[in-house]
Design a protein around this ligand. Structure first.
Ligand code: TXD
Length: 314
């Protein structure tokens, strides 16, 4: 029997990267290679995680490195390298700095893993997916941004807390860019199949939608240093798990659109089927005029970021 160990490289051994590494390894989904520009950091975190393996009962290797050669033939590369938001700093402030980091780490990683699927986490998310697409030259099916899973999880949490029901019975639908213009769609959000508007007043729904839009900032303002990482790492885990186990889960992810939802050439969050080959299908649903307008506004803000990024790198 051939040995078939699956390999996930996580670039950036910071909060999201190391927590994602923990979730992936401890669930027994893949070996994890943690890589960072800081020497010792990925090695230290990987060793600490590896020493938890006998207690957590898994057999995955967790290796820390500063050398991309060690990441050769990864199945998935998760990009979390970059700067995190500080209080008062918008995601867009991070744009140019993180675009340079993402381009550089993606180029180095895909050199050793030309068949990998890229999951981009670094903010501003949608623009960083563009940067990763350009730097890798990969088809859109293999360059996927993590945002909708997290935004949806936040919306689900708020709905569940408000109604006093299990969050696992709540399903939420969030479209658009990963920013304050994201478009949670209550009509397509349900509690055990019951549409949300049947269970909650419109004003209350709007409050929860608004809280979801600024969900990242709510946590930044409490933490003071750094941004959310537990739920982001869980979101990465679900994407990795759906791909490596070919689960074909329907998840909201950021992907380059080519006409879907009337958007061409922009990375925007939409529901899609995530399986062994990456994005297997984009699911298009009918939207009301109001929802379409909100989605176009959100896509417009992504377009603005891309233009800024391209002007700066020209
Ligand atoms: O929904 C989402 N997509 C997000 C995005 C949710 C949460 C966090 N989001 C963004 O992910 C956040 O705004 C940041 O841009 C990234 C990573 O967040 P994290 O909280 O993990 O930041 P840290 O703890 O600062 O970790 C970043 C690591 C750190 O160890 C740096 O040394 C490393 O990135 N780094 C690099 N590694 C490799 N190569 C280079 N060039 C490099 N530069 C920094």
């Amino acid at each position: 029997m051939p040995v078939c160990r699956r390999k996930v490289t996580v670039i950036g051994a910071g909060n999201v990267g190391s927590t994602a590494a923990q979730r992936i390894a401890e669930a027994g989904v893949a070996d994890v290679y943690l890589i960072d520009v800081v020497e010792g950091l990925p090695q230290g975190k990987a060793l600490d995680l590896a020493e938890a393996a006998p207690l957590q009962h898994h057999d995955q290797y967790i290796i820390g490195t500063n050398d991309y050669a060690d990441t050769t033939e990864s199945d998935i590369i998760v990009v979390t390298a970059g700067l995190a938001r500080q209080p008062g700093m918008s995601r867009d402030d991070l744009l140019l700095k993180n675009a340079g980091i993402v381009r550089s780490v993606v180029q180095q990683a895909v050199h050793y893993s030309p068949g990998a699927i890229l999951i981009v986490v670094t903010n501003p998310l949608d623009a960083m997916v563009h940067a990763a697409l350009e730097a890798s030259g990969f088809p859109r099916e293999r360059v996927i941004g993590m945002a909708g899973v997290l935004d949806g999880a936040r919306f689900r949490t708020f709905i569940a807390q408000d109604l006093g029901v299990s969050a696992s019975d709540v399903s939420a639908f969030v479209l658009g860019g990963h920013g304050d213009t994201m478009v949670p769609v209550p009509r397509y959000s349900t509690v055990a199949g019951i549409p949300l508007p049947e269970l909650m007043k419109p004003e209350r729904i709007e409050e929860l939608v608004q809280r979801t839009r600024v969900g990242g900032a709510e946590i930044v303002s409490m933490l003071q240093t750094g941004s959310a990482f537990y739920a982001p790492a869980s979101s990465v885990f679900h994407m990795v798990d759906s791909i490596l186990n070919d689960r074909k889960r329907v998840l909201a992810c950021a992907v380059l659109l080519r006409g879907e939802y009337g958007i061409d050439g922009l990375v925007v969050g939409v529901p899609l089927v995530l399986g062994a080959s990456g994005v297997e299908r984009i699911i298009e649903v009918a939207l009301t005029e109001e929802e379409k307008t909100a989605l176009m506004t959100s896509a417009g803000s992504v377009r603005g970021l891309i233009e800024t990024m391209h002007v700066a790198s020209a």
